[in-house]
Ligand binder design. Structure first.
Ligand SMILES: Nc1ncnc2c1ncn2[C@@H]1O[C@H](COP(=O)(O)OP(=O)(O)OP(=O)(O)O)[C@@H](O)[C@H]1O
Ligand SMILES: [Mg+2]
Length: 547
């Protein structure tokens, strides 16, 4: 690209670079982000539609989950990519509200664009949005309902709302029970309250049966079978050894030649190998283990010896599962068999191989300290199980959110409508153009209940008017009931969501919108086609990586 200086073109960017500046850049960034937001809007809420996404390999995903839709869409535009990141952050931080955050960011940008068209400077809009977001957080804290973090019935309500927006509506009651039990099982109390590490809850999925056959396992479920048919398939009062070393004779690192002159020598050689493996197995057995779980491989001969000793053995277990087993069984991971002693063993009431669907899985149950549990998700087909797993993930996250920060708000767009009302009153305190930006923020928030209404076949404008009236009359939790198709008090309908989800929503959406609004220059390098392998630095005479 070139600029003119004293009649001379000056090249400052590489050839092929494209650049958009000023209003053009702003317009394009906003438009791209809004298109993304528009595309997920119809999947918001319990009456939202699902999307079918087909990737480059022809794999099909059917989902209603905002973060998953955007992830699969593989958007290209840089500001559209920012919306994908917003959804991802929402998912990582609080686990739910990913569709809402994208819709809200899109609406914030839409309202901002109207102001820009009226010649309001983007920085004024950004500042106004910042003020509005801070106030919105204050209002949310103010209206939130404090709950008891161990109140199972409240936690169940929160879980079933998160489940019901995905495929699980019919099973929300049953599945929410498992979800709440799982989270409470791994919750740890400390001076400031509860801590929940969601990674201690394993979600394992297997197609087959029905979603109602989803189960909670008080322990760890390994998607592996027992290695040898001669081993026991069920061990009660299991003494478990966790191994991080292969039960194999190590191969030498360099090639060695062995001259064998007669069959006796061959036999001696093989015997020696067998003896080494037998020694390994003896060490395991003499430590008192009757179950061995190994992260690495196990030689056939070692399997044979283990079977003879009656040790139930599982191999090639994932590292993440090993970590969960450490927590659940109290065993130490053994990296060198020489060090193995009875103190390293963990325990469980039962270790058993069972058939689940077409596969065999190993259940480690009844652990002393079940700080690790597993939810086994079942469902008719692979795609149903996939979506059920996402729903369970969302539900686990929202229950965790409430246990960690025990405050809830009602759903159905009620908190958004209430915050909008109070923001409008707040906006009146400002005399300048910031007032317009704060009002625009309020309107953007109202688009959430309006979208819920639209997806439920209600008239969005009528709904907005009714919501404003109800909130004006002091009904804080007036929101959209998509099932009955009317405005109702959502607290009375038992529709609750974690406050944490709404806080994250306001923070992420306002930050992302602000960031996109501040863009007035998009400089995009042309995509380079890589031909052949890159040259090494000494060949090209350049720094490595600059190809
Ligand atoms: N039974 C219900 N009645 C009214 N509103 C509901 C009900 N269930 C859910 N909602 C509302 O639906 C919205 C959530 O919809 P949805 O779960 O589709 O999107 P999300 O949570 O933003 O994104 P995702 O779940 O994909 O991460 C929330 O505003 C919630 O209050
Ligand atoms: Mg949701």
């Amino acid at each position: 690209m070139a600029a003119q200086f004293a009649g001379q073109p000056i090249l400052i960017l590489k050839e092929g670079t494209s650049r958009a500046t000023g209003r053009d850049a702003q317009h394009a960034s906003i438009a791209a982000a809004r298109i993304v937001a528009e595309s997920v809007k119809s999947s918001l809420g319990p009456k939202g539609m699902d999307k079918m996404l087909v990737d480059g390999f022809g794999d099909v995903t059917i989902t209603n989950d905002g973060a998953t839709i955007l992830d699969e869409m593989e958007v290209q535009h840089p500001s559209a990519k920012m919306l994908v990141e917003v959804a991802k952050t929402q998912d990582d931080e609080v686990g739910d509200g990913t569709t809402t955050v994208v819709v809200l960011t899109g609406e914030l940008l839409g309202k901002a664009e109207q102001l820009l068209d009226k010649d309001v400077h983007p920085m004024i809009v950004v500042d106004g949005y910042k003020l509005a977001a801070e106030k919105a957080l204050e209002i949310l804290e103010d209206v939130a309902i404090k709950v008891d973090p161990m109140d199972k019935s409240m936690l169940k309500k929160v879980a079933s709302i998160a489940l019901a927006t995905k495929m699980l509506s019919e099973y929300a009651d049953e599945v929410s029970d498992f979800v709440v039990r799982a989270v409470l099982e791994v919750a740890e109390k400390d001076a400031e309250g509860y801590k929940v590490d969601i990674d201690n809850i394993k979600v394992e999925k297997k197609p087959g049966e029905s979603i109602s056959d989803t189960r909670l396992i008080q322990g760890v479920l390994l998607d592996k079978e027992v290695v040898h048919p001669g081993m026991p398939k069920r061990v009660e009062n299991a003494k478990i050894v966790l191994l991080n070393c292969p039960l194999e004779v190590e191969k030498t690192e360099f090639d060695a030649k062995l001259n064998i002159k007669n069959p006796d020598q061959m036999k001696a050689f093989l015997d020696e190998e067998g003896k080494m493996l037998r020694d390994m197995v003896d060490k395991i057995a003499s430590a008192g283990a009757n179950v061995a779980i190994c992260e690495k491989g196990i030689d056939d001969v070692a399997q044979h010896f283990l079977a003879k000793k009656g040790v139930l053995t599982v191999r090639r277990v994932k590292q993440s599962d090993m970590e969960k087993l450490v927590k659940a069984t109290g065993a130490h991971v053994v990296t060198n068999l020489e060090d193995l002693g009875s103190k390293d063993l963990g325990s469980a009431q039962l270790v058993e191989e069972r058939k689940v669907g077409d596969d065999k899985m190993t259940f480690v149950e009844g652990c002393k300290n079940p700080k690790a549990v597993t939810v086994l998700v079942r469902g008719g087909t692979e795609r149903i199980v996939d979506e059920a797993e996402r729903a369970v993930h969302d539900a686990l996250c929202v229950v965790r959110d409430v246990v960690v920060n025990p405050k809830v708000v009602a759903g159905g767009g009620a908190p958004e409508a209430e915050v909008a009302k109070r923001l409008r009153a707040y906006a009146d305190k400002f005399s300048g153009r910031e007032q317009l930006a704060i009002q625009a923020f309020a309107e953007a928030l109202e688009s959430i209940p309006m979208a819920l209404a639209e997806n439920a076949g209600m008239d969005p404008i009528d709904t907005q008017v009714e919501l404003r009236t109800k909130h004006g009359q002091g009904v804080i939790w007036a929101g959209v009931d998509p099932f009955k198709g009317k405005v109702a008090d959502m607290a009375k309908q038992n529709v609750y969501e974690p406050l944490a989800v709404k806080i994250q929503l306001v923070q992420s959406a306002s930050e992302a919108a602000g960031m996109i609004l501040k863009i007035d220059d998009v400089i995009a390098a042309s995509k380079k086609e890589m031909k052949g392998p890159p040259k090494g630095p000494e060949e090209s005479g350049e720094e490595a990586g600059e190809y």
